[in-house]
Design a protein around this ligand. Sequence first.
Ligand code: HEM
Length: 279
Amino acid sequence: MKTSLIPSATSLRHRFKGIVLLNFSVKLWFVLATIGQWIFAYYIASFYGKSSLAGDFEKWNKVLPHGYVRGDGLGNTFVAAHVFFALIMVLGGPIQLIPQIRTRFRMFHRVLGRFYIFTAILIGIDGLVMVWTRGAVGGLLQHIAISVQALYIIAFAMLALRYALQRNFALHRQWAIRLYLVANGVWFFRVSLMAWLLLNGGPAGFDPKTFDGPFLWFLSVFTYALPISLIVFEMYLKAQQKTTRPLFRVLTIVVILVLTTLMTIGIFGATMGMWLPRI
Ligand code: HEM
């Protein structure tokens, strides 16, 4: 029996449809994620911005158990810097990935990109100092998991910069997206937790008083140390290739759409239950 090396018109049509659907699912995810991240940015700017400008630093303690400590000027500076860096990261990340801005305003992309990478390294170091010197909510496993994420942030920031300087834009793009994904780990954590609370009608699988328990171990591992976002990104890269089996592409699309649905529930929960009430 003869087998042709040239793909049939039907298989080409299926591949085309698969790639269109794949790109659609990623764009949908990105648009919704950007809306959710900018609502988070609005909360950061309003809550920390207003209280800091008014000199009411004690207000931070309404949301951060280790936020403002009287007499600990250095520690408080680390917290203030952290939320300021957070604002840059959460606002700037999506802007860097919008293709129209990247191609039309190259200079802006370069300047913001360097700023973003520099801030990523600073927030990673600052976060590590905060977790291991001031303490944070949750148990040891959560602290280890978020520390691994800090290392990813620092490493991916350096790799994204390195490939941009080498003008290897294919690899630069991949590492910049990985950086964006790990830098959003804290956002994914909050949004996933709120989706979980909404779907369960309240806390389940952890103790809300100690903020510790199996569900939070699971969540911190899969948002920080072994991030699902990175796994799905690798699936997406593979699904884009022409030689990938159609079934794998379909699986990737389904995974992205299911995660997008959960993320949308979580954005709604976090906005209504966490961010807007605090402003
Ligand atoms: C780009 C990445 C990050 C962003 C956008 C970010 C954002 C924030 C924000 C907004 C807060 C204030 C809490 C709130 O109002 O919800 C916060 C607190 C905090 N962050 Fe980050 N963060 C990032 C990375 C990290 C990393 C990598 C670490 C640790 C290695 C870390 C450790 C902390 C700690 C310890 C607190 C105080 C929490 C507490 O007192 O329990 N952050 N972060």
